[in-house]
Design a protein around this ligand. Sequence first.
Ligand SMILES: [Zn+2]
Length: 303
Amino acid sequence: MKSLDRNKWFKYIKLYEEFNRGIPEELKTVYQKMRNDIGTPNKSFRKLLNLNDYDFVNLIVDLDVNFTTILSDARHEDRKIKYYSNFNTHQLFEGGNKIKIYVYIEDISLDSKKLCSLLAHELRHIYDIYTIREESDMKSFTDDLHLQILRKEKITEEFNYFLHLMYLCLEHELVARNAMIYENFINCYLPYEELKQIFTESYLYESFVELKNFDYGKVINSENIINLTNYLIDKIGGKKCLVEDDIKNFYFNWHLYFNKKCDEYLLEADKTLKEICLIEENQKYKNKKFKDIISEIYWSYIA
Ligand SMILES: [Zn+2]
């Protein structure tokens, strides 16, 4: 059972730290238990998930799922389909052992796989928060809060677009999205090639590629960009931009960084998909009766 060191939240210095990007073994077990607990609901519901029971962390999740039915016959093309979740990270540090996770879903019917994938995302955040070893690891989480506040202020559309990509690129978000891939595709029992194809059609893939397609020219030439950029630098640290060239360099460097992160996490996603295939392959073998295995070996290799 993990316990939380709240003091570690109060200092943070270094740049983005490396989290364990793959899915930790213990988390896979947690996901499996969570999946069983959630089942296949078809309407809005409230549920308490006791993470103690999962041998995970000393925390109770008050899950509040809000489901709205939409009408559509072109399910996969329909952009109106929404799966969204959040929880207040700050709540974890205010004491108490209960947090609320809100989930908002708009779909033709409630897709429990997608719901569990969202929860896997949030549970990954909880895991990272509980297992943080260095105060500097907090940088990704605190930048998240700064970005959330900045995006509520009066800013230009172009700058908001950049902040959105910055958010997508926060290390703890990238890691959590990788966890979503795992939960979304585990138990699909598809061959690797097919799994990969479905993945490249998913919004998870799109969110990585969005980083690669960053149109920095659009941002550099937008209104009031020097002031807005310096305002951001004020919050997250770094050298202020004084002249136009500084701005060009600033956004060009982010473009390189986004590119690098996209490549890294596509590679990570690929590892996750391969891992899923391997787990399922082992599972199939495990579920077979010895008698069948022996007869299979006999007819394939001996007879
Ligand atoms: Zn998140």
